[in-house]
Design a binder for this molecule. Structure first.
Ligand SMILES: [Zn+2]
Length: 542
């Protein structure tokens, strides 16, 4: 009896226990599915993609002149800038510079930091950081947490299993989510990257690091990492790498970026690639632009190619039609590169600011600014070149040619033709020699600035011969071009110039075409202190 009642009690207790368990299970299931309704919705990006692609197509900047720190960045890092780079920088606000000496990302980064160059954290670096971090997190979770949980829930809860599988899928595909919005270039770079360990190497503390990332791209990364954090938390998983990734991305968005975060992002690029280059990018700060450098892992060119066969393209003013027997080749004439000169009725000045804008405009439009040698070979060929070409001439060799024109031309990697009065130059021989050695062409503007139509043939001959030999002695280079003083010359001068070994001679005028039968009386147009007349002159003359 005692035993029997004990059995009954056990049975009742057992039934009660199972009932309670059933109720708890039911309640738990009910609550979980409620929560699941709220938080276990699939992750989507919706319309963000279209907006992002649009913002990527638009080129960031369209510069009038190079940023004020351009020369500093280029010289400090000994960058090999070519014409293509200059055109791209002015047109698109960024360019990739080839660096022969560099081998891997870390080397480039440290060479920039050693010269204390401002580093830019751009979209490419951020994308690589994000994708490689996610790759690491995925591997870690798959190996430990998900493996264990999968075993645990395989028998008890189908629902839990579905959740795990979903997160696994999401992690597996999360880097693909960004594939649509990354450029082909970013894609191929990212695809070469495998999981890697982080570095212990530190950055130079003096270097400045700027952040310039697409806000849309960044917010998408934050969305995904935040979503993953929430989902894992719900499953009772806390992944420190994921939390850190999320925290780092958030700090980028809030512009409260800690140095350590930037170091982590920059130095997470551990891989070696053959072709690490330097990306130069301009960033607008207030009204001015700043040039930043950043290592760049180039795979595919991302900018439109610069067209050198552009004689018939890209004019802001409809150009005159080309004529047979003529060469389209505007020749600009400058006098002072200075602020307005009081009581100057001829307006023979262009301010330093406008002058730089004019040179930058020519570079941006991919004009070939000719050396004397290049000019002579076009003249000899008798054909209009395929690339827009121009000769920049400066009369009288005034002090501003040395102090303003020469530095600006050097900054833009261009050359000028300076017509010097041999016997009374305002620049001393050292300055003339320095300009000549620096890639400028020094040519003849006569010996004494005598007006040729007012003097004898013998005197004209003397002016031409003496100036030629004097200037050649200073520069050690041939003098083949002559600019008539006061633009005045008569038919006698043409033969005398030819007999003295000049290949061409210049007057003043309104035309931008060279008539092949008038090489000793070529028209030059005067550049004035504004952009509008300058741009018009390039197409139609004065
Ligand atoms: Zn003159």
């Amino acid at each position: 009896m005692k035993k029997k009642s004990k059995d009954i009690l056990i049975t009742i207790l057992s039934i009660t226990f199972y009932l309670v368990l059933l109720i708890i299970n039911f309640l738990a299931y009910f609550t979980l599915s409620q929560r699941r309704e709220k938080s276990f919705t699939k992750f989507t990006y919706q319309n963000l993609n279209e907006e992002y692609v649009k913002s990527k197509e638009k080129f960031p900047d369209d510069l009038d002149i190079f940023p004020s720190n351009y020369l500093e960045v280029v010289e400090k890092n000994n960058l090999n800038i070519v014409q293509k780079n200059r055109v791209e920088l002015l047109r698109y606000g960024s360019t990739v510079v080839n660096q022969q000496r560099t081998g891997n990302y870390q080397n480039v980064l440290h060479s920039l930091l050693n010269t204390n160059t401002q580093i830019l954290l751009n979209n490419q670096i951020l994308s690589i950081y994000f994708k490689t971090e996610i790759e690491d997190i995925k591997n870690e979770l798959m190996q430990k947490d998900f493996k264990n949980r999968r075993k645990l829930f395989e028998k008890i809860s189908k629902r839990k299993l579905v959740e795990i599988e979903y997160i696994e899928d999401l992690l597996e595909n999360s880097t693909d989510v960004f594939n649509d919005s990354l450029s082909a270039n970013d894609m191929s770079v990212v695809s070469t990257i495998q999981s890697r360990s982080s570095t212990t190497e530190k950055l130079e503390s003096s270097s400045k690091i700027e952040v310039d990332v697409n806000k849309n791209l960044l917010s998408r990364m934050i969305d995904l990492s935040q979503y993953l954090v929430n989902q894992l938390e719900r499953m009772g998983i806390k992944n420190s790498k994921l939390l850190e990734l999320n925290k780092n991305l958030l700090s980028l968005q809030e512009n409260e970026i800690e140095r350590e975060v930037l170091e982590k992002i920059l130095l997470s690029q551990q891989y070696n690639l053959d072709n690490v280059q330097i990306l130069l990018t301009t960033v607008k700060e207030g009204d001015s632009y700043n040039l930043f450098a950043t290592p760049y892992i180039a795979k595919i060119p991302i900018l439109p190619e610069i067209n050198d066969n552009n004689m018939l393209e890209e004019y802001d003013v409809e150009p005159l039609p080309l004529q047979g027997g003529e060469i389209r080749l505007p020749i600009m004439m400058y006098h002072n590169i200075s602020e307005p000169i009081p009581n100057d009725p001829y307006l023979l000045y262009v301010s330093p600011e406008i002058f730089e804008k004019q040179i930058a405009y020519l570079v941006k439009k991919n004009y070939k600014i000719l050396s004397v040698e290049e000019f002579n070979s076009i003249l000899e060929s008798g054909v209009t070149p395929k690339q827009k070409s121009i000769l920049l001439t400066f009369d009288d060799a005034t002090p501003t040619h040395y102090s303003v024109a020469y530095p600006v031309l050097k900054k833009y990697g261009q050359t000028g033709t300076f017509f010097m009065i041999a016997s009374r130059s305002l620049l001393n021989h050292q300055q003339i020699k320095e300009m000549s050695d620096g890639g400028m062409d020094i040519q003849s503007h006569s010996n004494t600035h005598a007006y040729f139509h007012k003097i004898s043939s013998a005197a004209i001959n003397e002016e031409m011969a003496t100036s030629k030999s004097k200037i050649e002695e200073i520069t050690g280079k041939p003098v083949t071009l002559l600019a008539y003083p006061g633009c005045s010359a008569d038919y006698r001068s043409f033969d005398i110039a030819k007999n003295n070994g000049y290949t061409a001679a210049f007057s003043c005028g309104r035309y931008i075409d060279i008539k092949l039968d008038k090489k000793y009386y070529i028209s030059r147009v005067h550049a004035y202190n504004d952009m509008e007349s300058f741009v018009k002159m390039l197409s139609v003359g004065l």
